[in-house]
Design a protein around this ligand. Structure first.
Ligand SMILES: Nc1ncnc2c1ncn2[C@@H]1O[C@H](COP(=O)(O)OP(=O)(O)OP(=O)(O)O)[C@@H](O)[C@H]1O
Length: 245
């Protein structure tokens, strides 16, 4: 058996997955280093979401292995995977997926409350992140009264407040305007770097990928060449893909 490298927080080998016969992943291997911001890029339908679902334990690949901190995820049962996702992972999707009955701060605190953290401590952690995302004054509002961009900030606060080891972000800015996009991503990547949180960020947007430390490119469910470029002056990291296999 091949043992995952020690410094990879997430390590995947030869992932294959198809959705009812439609190919999703065709043999993807990758490692994500501790504290790294990794962008997974590629055109629509290239397998980015399928890959993030497999890496985060939401989906068990039909073939291949996924390891988190040298623990196999692909062999875990549904309950252990759910516990892993709740305790160690954060998820930010393109849509915020908030609980409509809960207020802003309750939504942001939800993962902590589900873990059994006290109401007071969960509220404090959630409120701190809501403040940092400039939506502290909306803490008592419910999602339906907020703008899409404000709701998406709640989902970012929710992911960060839980202090996860890894945040998976699947096209987190797809529904936002350009200015909003940049601010939200910079807050996410800066906060992750300062707190040692690893981020796996799926995007088809080169500008978004440029905020990452490294880029892995997918095409038709397979990895294609990654080319590291020198950091541009206005980005924290930069990378680009050449779409040749
Ligand atoms: N639930 C599903 N049922 C059937 N086919 C699916 C399903 N999810 C994904 N696929 C197919 O698997 C392939 C990879 O899709 P996936 O969503 O992983 O790619 P993606 O790069 O994230 O695309 P996008 O940017 O559009 O979200 C596509 O051909 C897609 O149509």
């Amino acid at each position: 058996m091949v043992v995952p490298p020690d410094n990879d927080v997430i390590w995947a080998r030869s992932l294959h997955h198809s959705h009812n016969g439609s190919p999703g992943l065709g043999g993807v291997s990758l490692g994500v280093r501790d504290g790294e911001v990794l962008a997974v890029t590629g055109p629509r339908g290239s397998g980015k979401s399928t890959l993030l679902h497999c890496l985060s334990g939401q989906l068990v690949p039909q073939e291949g292995e996924v390891w988190f901190n040298s623990v196999p995820v692909h062999t875990m049962g549904p309950r252990l995977r759910e516990q892993l996702r709740r305790d160690r992972f954060g998820w930010i999707g393109a849509e915020p997926e908030l609980v409509p009955e809960l207020t802003t701060w309750e939504n942001a605190a939800l993962p902590l409350l589900l873990r059994g953290v006290s109401h007071r401590a969960a509220k404090k952690a959630a409120t701190e992140w809501l403040d940092r995302l400039d939506i502290g004054p909306l803490a008592k509002k419910r999602p339906h009264s907020l703008l899409q961009s404000q709701r998406q900030r709640i989902s970012v606060a929710r992911a960060l407040a839980a202090s996860p080891a890894v945040i998976f972000a699947d096209e987190p800015t797809a529904t936002l305007h350009r200015a909003e996009r940049s601010q939200l991503l910079r807050t996410l990547t800066t906060a992750a770097r300062s707190h040692g949180i690893t981020v796996v960020l799926a995007t088809h947007d080169a500008e978004v990928a440029a905020l990452a430390d490294r880029t892995v490119c997918l095409l038709d469910g397979r990895r294609v060449n990654t080319v590291a470029l020198p950091a541009a002056p206005d980005t924290e990291g930069a990378s680009a893909c050449s779409l040749s296999v």
